[in-house]
Design a protein around this ligand. Structure first.
Ligand code: NAD
Ligand code: UFG
Length: 340
């Protein structure tokens, strides 16, 4: 049977890589994206990579009337919901913006999925729901607890999905908790395009490498880790994309509600990432040690056993390849998608 999937936020960083994975596996896609944090050019490039076409609705998922058009005009058997805001720091300053966009978009999608009987749903959650993990590697059974409005929106949506699934035993819902996605498609055609000064480590490093920013500030060197800097589980965005295809296949077996960590299971410190990038690019990254960033946890990395056992998910790319691909994307697109 040929599948068709509605992908919200498909023009974004993780969405665009997932589109490549879906289209390359003969799954049709319909994209809803209002481009509030992305560009149409990303979709054009996905079409260029896959030689397949994408049906686009440039709509806001918070506009239920418009969103209903998509459900009325098309037949699809699953929804992958990437659309949302994701900047932790901004969410502390303007929490309501985050609650509105992240919660309302999901509520609309769920209500319409119920009305049009689309019974398979994948949600982009985050390792941020583990707050300060009591032990690492952190497993899916750990308590969830959020430290920012962004994280709270993810926890609330997870709860919403859990309640919905209890009321609808014939629905299949995958909650995917991403660790730290980095890297880009090996073609260098699609990648992450932060607006303004990047908040995240890898985009900051690549912008220092290309000369847009003078140096990197390492946020804290007094954490209880081997070199004193924070440890995270960085995962190649193409591995993450592959995790979505595997989760989708799982949903098609009528699995009910499932929760998976998507990470590599390996933690790297900030200094290790800098050194890996230097090795991959052949460049020196100037950096200085600054104070801790509020809200950062000393270490977080995934227990990957469940995803391996139930989805057959194993991350293939190592840190060196993640850095190489991030650097290729940055070099080929110094101005992001505006270049062409
Ligand atoms: P992104 O900002 O690159 O992509 C999100 C996309 O959704 C963008 O194209 C944006 O234009 C679109 N969008 C936002 N609100 C919308 C709305 N109301 N209607 C229609 N389109 C809308 O982000 P990403 O890194 O690709 O993240 C995708 C999802 O994964 C998000 O839900 C994010 O919270 C989650 N996540 C991301 C990370 C990460 O580090 N990148 C980690 C964990 C979880
Ligand atoms: N870091 C620096 N300097 C920088 C940027 C980051 O030292 O300029 C450090 C941070 O202190 C942290 C590590 O690099 O120790 C990683 O930071 P990121 O901002 O790249 O990633 P986070 O782990 O803080 O958060 C990311 C996403 C969140 C998501 C979380 C878990 O930004 O949305 O991963 O999935 F919730």
């Amino acid at each position: 049977m040929r599948h068709c999937v509605l992908v919200t936020g498909g023009a974004g960083y993780i969405g665009s890589h997932t589109l490549v994975e879906l289209l390359s596996n003969e799954i049709e896609v319909i994209v809803v994206d209002n481009f509030c944090n992305s560009s149409k050019e990303a979709l054009r490039r996905v079409e260029e990579i896959t030689k397949k076409s994408i049906k686009l609705y440039p709509y806001d998922c918070c506009d239920k009337e418009l969103l209903e058009e998509v459900f009325r005009q098309n037949t699809f058997d699953a929804v992958i919901h990437f659309a949302g805001y994701k900047a932790v720091g901004e969410s502390v300053r303007v929490p309501l913006k985050y609650f509105r966009n992240n919660l309302i978009s999901t509520l609309n999608l769920l209500e319409l999925s119920e009305k049009y009987q689309v019974k398979n749903f994948i949600f982009s959650s985050s390792a941020t729901v583990y707050g300060v993990p009591k032990t690492v590697p952190v497993s899916e059974e750990s308590e969830i607890f959020a430290m920012s409005p962004y994280g709270q929106s993810k926890c609330m949506i997870e709860q919403m999905l859990t309640s919905f699934s209890k009321a609808h035993s014939d629905w299949n819902i995958a909650i995917l908790r991403y660790f730290n996605p980095i890297g880009a498609h090996p073609s260098g055609k699609i990648g992450e395009e932060p607006r303004g000064i990047p908040n995240n480590l890898l985009p900051y490093i690549t912008q220092v490498a290309i000369g847009k920013l003078p140096y990197l500030t390492v946020f804290g060197k007094d954490y209880p880790t081997e070199d004193g800097t924070c440890i995270r589980d960085y995962i190649h965005v193409c591995d993450l994309a592959c995790g979505h295809l595997l989760a989708l296949r799982k949903l098609y077996t009528n699995c009910g509600r499932v929760v998976y960590n998507l990470g590599t299971g390996k933690g790297y410190s900030v200094l290790e990432v800098i050194h890996a990038f230097e090795e991959a690019s052949g460049l020196k990254i100037p950096y200085q040690i600054g104070p801790r960033r509020e809200g950062d946890v000393p270490q977080n990395f995934a227990s990957v056993e469940k995803a391996k056992k139930e989805l057959n998910f194993v991350a293939k790319y190592d840190l060196h390849q993640m850095c190489e691909d991030a650097w290729r994307w940055q070099q080929k697109n110094p101005k992001g998608y505006q270049e062409e």
